[in-house]
Design a protein around this ligand. Structure first.
Ligand SMILES: C[S@@+](CC[C@H](N)C(=O)[O-])C[C@H]1O[C@@H](n2cnc3c(N)ncnc32)[C@H](O)[C@@H]1O
Length: 222
């Protein structure tokens, strides 16, 4: 069956359907060494912080990254993915979950965060929406907040191939689920310079971290 073109709704629905099998991607043998390195790198970055996690999915990163945080709110639009995350052992009294749309973050307005963690979400944002999305994220954070984006690097031998590029420069992959369905997914792979150029005027001390199968971008907000 020919996949439908990716839309905001098809992306949400794809991840809801994929929730039970999502974490297979974290069992790929070639990524294990990198993942162990990142698990060790993450906890001190959020030590003592009140953290907003956007698009947490099944919460694969949450138990690692939240270890030293003082409070951690993990959010996602899909209850299906968050149900997997909620079932995991989490740092007691620290990690909570809430449904929130990453594009508006309306559901977390008024809460105080001095850090944000966002994994594998930047790559799914259409380029035309990226600046507005970053502005929305930054608005939800206090001055001095620490921000960390983690996302997939394109690795020929490990990543799904790019199947389409649109007029705006977004790239797409065609992915299959275990029920045989196929889905077109918007997935961009920015360079360090392209990502840093998007951060806007409040970002200071931007640093790009190369983890072979993943990239990370950290900065502090004025
Ligand atoms: C690639 S997964 C990333 C999950 C997790 N952060 C990780 O790195 O394993 C993308 C997540 O975005 C969520 N999502 C899709 N549309 C969303 C939206 N508009 N707002 C918030 N989350 C959304 C999906 O439910 C899915 O869990």
């Amino acid at each position: 069956m020919k996949p439908e073109f990716a839309t905001e709704e098809s992306m949400r629905a794809y991840y809801a359907q994929r929730a039970p099998e999502y974490e297979a991607v974290y069992h790929k043998p070639e990524r294990q060494a990198t993942l162990r390195r990142m698990e060790a790198w993450l906890p001190p970055l959020f030590a003592g912080r009140r953290v907003l996690e956007v698009a947490c999915g099944t919460g694969w990163w949450t138990p690692h990254a939240a270890q030293q945080a003082s409070a951690w709110l993990a959010t996602d639009l899909n209850e299906e993915t968050m149900a997997v995350a909620r079932a995991k052992p989490q740092k007691p009294g620290c990690v909570q979950f809430a449904r929130a749309d990453a594009y508006t973050l309306a559901e977390v307005q008024g809460q105080v965060f001095d850090a944000a963690f966002i994994a594998c979400w930047w790559s799914h944002i259409p380029l035309a929406r990226l600046d507005a999305w970053l502005a929305t994220l930054h608005c939800a954070l206090q001055p001095g907040a620490f921000v960390l984006h983690v996302d997939n690097a394109f690795v020929q031998t490990s990543s799904s191939p790019i199947t389409r590029r649109d007029d705006e420069g977004n790239t797409y992959q065609t992915r299959s689920l275990s029920d045989g369905s196929t889905h077109e997914v918007l997935k961009n792979f920015p360079t360090a310079a392209e990502a840093i150029a998007r951060l806007g005027q409040r970002a200071r001390d931007a640093r790009w971290h190369d983890f072979t199968h993943y990239w990370a971008l950290s900065y502090t907000l004025t």
